[in-house]
Design a protein around this ligand. Structure first.
Ligand code: IPM
Ligand code: MN
Length: 351
């Protein structure tokens, strides 16, 4: 297969972890006879510094003409401490999600047998965890009208959803549940929020079309609690944008390191694949960041092209690295820690 992949390394540790995902993907391509053309493009604070905006038109054109986007990380502390900054790196990511129609963010949480002791949660609680969040990504409070009133002393962010937006995300949830254990949890706050009542009503309306799927409806606050108590109770969870943002960070802790969890953003022909962690600026340039979440995002990319075997060899290489202690310092537990690029080299060599 010939693949054109837009490569958006972004900020902080983004370039370092992306380099490893490229090495690993190239090794996979060589093994299976694919041809990948990487097309680097600017995004985030790096793009603001270079051309004044976080998702330049040129980057959008490169993404649009590619088969997929592999993304590193976005964010720079110089903007976090300046609430009045007129342009922020994160705006680039939001603009890109909207412009590419990526409404469904697939965020799996699973555990690695060799890392069960690394999780802050008790082993017997997390054993067998294998769940997937489908987070709505282009609506809700992230994209509703926002602003200031009363001499800037009052601020508002509106949460808006249409039935159509909920339906297309919920259908993806039902379809995913059909491929898995046929259990779907709709996470909302329908006891308080009108948008949540629309979500619940819409999902209820779809139940008859998927008679094999058992749907549960749970409030987001209860899910936040039960997720860390009994994670293996869950399988597929669907939720709106902000709830999904918060719960997927929480869920990533279950696996033992945020540096392990990949994600895919889908919705149009061009999928975007990225680690769920941020730009970790304190580690940038130090060759210490864990590249595995980005490498596993590349696995999701191959799988999304229907190349299941290719995805599998990446997952197997990552498992082997974890079993053999070929890990970065976040997982080394005081033992030998390897550099970001050493881990990438090892994975590519093993593929
Ligand atoms: C994420 C991130 C983004 C989000 C930020 C960087 C805008 O936290 O992908 O989860 O809030 O969606
Ligand atoms: Mn987030």
């Amino acid at each position: 297969m010939k693949l054109n992949i837009a490569l958006l390394a972004g900020d902080g540790i983004g370039p370092e972890v992306i380099d490893q995902a490229v090495k690993v993907s190239d090794a996979v391509a060589e093994k299976f006879g694919h041809e990948i053309t990487w097309k680097p493009a600017l995004t985030g604070a790096t793009a603001i510094d270079a051309v004044g905006e976080p998702y330049p038109d040129e980057t959008h054109d490169i993404c649009k003409s590619s088969d997929a986007v592999l993304f590193g990380a976005i964010g720079d502390p110089k903007y976090d401490n300046d609430p009045s900054a007129p342009v922020r790196p994160e705006q680039g990511l939001l603009k890109m999600r909207k412009a590419l129609g990526l409404f469904a963010n697939v965020r799996p949480t699973f555990v690695f047998p060799s890392l069960l002791d690394k999780s802050p949660l008790k082993k017997e609680r997390i054993e067998g965890t294998d769940l997937v969040f489908l987070r709505e990504l282009t609506g809700g409070i992230y994209f509703g009208e926002k602003g200031r009133r009363d001499d800037r002393n009052t601020a508002y962010d509106n949460c808006v959803y249409t039935k159509e937006e909920v339906t297309r995300l919920a259908r993806k949830g039902f379809e995913l549940a059909m491929q898995r254990s046929k259990r779907l949890c709709c996470v909302d706050k329908a006891n308080v929020l009108e948008t949540s009542r629309l979500w619940r009503e819409t999902v209820q309306g779809l139940e008859a079309e998927y008679p094999e799927v058992t749907v549960s409806y749970e409030f987001v606050d209860a899910v936040a609690m039960r997720l860390v108590q009994w994670p293996s109770d869950y399988d597929v969870l669907i939720t709106e944008n902000l709830f999904g943002d918060i719960l997927t960070d929480e869920a990533s802790v279950i696996s033992g390191s945020m540096g392990l969890m990949p994600s895919a953003s889908l919705g149009s022909e061009i999928g975007l694949f990225e680690p769920i962690h941020g730009s970790y600026p304190q580690a940038a340039g130090k060759n210490i960041a864990n590249p595995m979440a980005t490498v596993l995002s590349a696995a999701m990319m191959f799988e999304n092209f229907g190349l299941a075997e290719e995805g599998k060899v990446i997952r197997e290489a990552v498992n082997k690295a974890l079993d053999e202690g070929m890990v970065t310092e976040d997982l080394s537990d005081g033992g030998k820690a390897y550099g970001t690029s050493e881990v990438g080299d090892w994975l590519a060599a093993n593929i």
